[in-house]
Design a binder for this molecule. Structure first.
Ligand code: SAM
Length: 283
């Protein structure tokens, strides 16, 4: 991109660790807009200096998002182009930005994403989970009761669940996940993604707590978690289907004829179907 159209709000992703993940469009957009609204101007300064970005900054964080967004919209309506960035990754994803974007939409101001790093999507790409569907949850509620209620709702969702968590709560969160989802559920843990001490660990919820406790360094760093989707037990599904068929056959045939026919229809082993037929035939 060589120019920024006037009066556009750019939602610009910045790296989540490795500076080289900054895109050409991130750099040129941040150089060309007239103002950058940053979650924490001091935090973003080193990255901006590294890429010779000297555009003026203002702050846009969760405590001033409403009042500041109105002022930014006034500037956009006058034709200024503005970029919004957060401390790391994609703004608006567990980060400030959505209030400004919503206000911009209400005023028919063009809004344009400049895509880039995001911790949850980065982890999803290295889970190896065959079910490509996922639910982004972000941070769990801090209140125990709210957490428990949400997790119970999520327990049987057929989607990979993506969570963000702070290092001081990681053990407690893994333990709650284990209690609710069971120790056999698969999880992939992403720690310090794209950074020097990056770790991607594929395990089960039961083992995950041990993995985190094993090494004192793992009490630090940034964590993102991918909990595998609820697996419907294929055996249970088959049994339900076969039971329906056998019940139907038993209403018209003798037990041995019903089993013979069920074997022909399903291709299942005779012993297995005989066993189920016996149970169904016994009052
Ligand atoms: N907007 C960001 C994004 O696009 O990923 C997320 C912001 S949220 C306030 C910060 C949380 O994201 C951290 O507490 C951590 O859970 C996760 N996170 C950010 N960077 C990470 C990294 N490099 N490795 C693992 N998790 C990370």
């Amino acid at each position: 991109m060589n120019h920024t159209p006037p009066g556009t709000l750019f939602v610009v992703a910045t790296p989540i660790g490795h500076r080289a993940d900054a895109s050409q469009r991130m750099i040129s957009t941040l150089q060309q807009v007239s103002l950058i609204a940053a979650e924490d101007t001091r935090h973003s300064q080193p990255l901006l200096s590294h890429y010779d970005i000297t555009t003026p900054l203002c702050s846009l964080h969760e405590h001033n998002e409403h009042s500041q967004s109105q002022q930014l919209v006034d500037k956009l309506l006058k034709g200024e182009s503005i970029a919004v960035i957060s401390d790391a990754g994609t703004p608006g994803i567990s980060d400030p930005g959505q209030v400004l974007v919503q206000l911009a939409h209400q005023h028919h101001i063009p809004v344009s994403p400049i895509p880039g790093a995001n911790a949850a999507i980065s982890l999803m790409s290295v889970t190896g989970f065959k079910n490509g569907r996922f639910l982004f949850i972000g941070f769990l509620p801090t209140k125990t009761q709210e957490r428990a209620t949400l997790l119970k709702e999520l327990k049987e969702e057929p989607y990979t669940l993506l969570f963000y968590e702070a290092p001081h709560r990681i053990k407690e969160t893994l333990s709650t996940l284990c209690d609710v989802f069971g120790e056999d559920r698969s999880i992939v843990i992403g720690r310090e993604l794209t950074k020097l001490f990056e770790e991607v660990h594929s395990t089960t919820l039961g083992e995950a707590i041990i993995w985190v406790s094993d090494n004192p360094n793992r009490r630090k760093g940034e964590y993102v978690l991918a909990v595998e989707a609820y697996q419907v037990d294929q055996r249970t599904l088959d049994e339900t289907r076969h039971d329906k068929l056998i019940t139907e056959l038993l209403s018209k045939l003798s037990l041995s004829d019903a089993v013979k026919l069920a074997v022909n229809i399903t291709g299942e082993k005779k012993n297995f179907l005989y066993d189920r037929a016996l149970r169904l035939a016994t009052p």
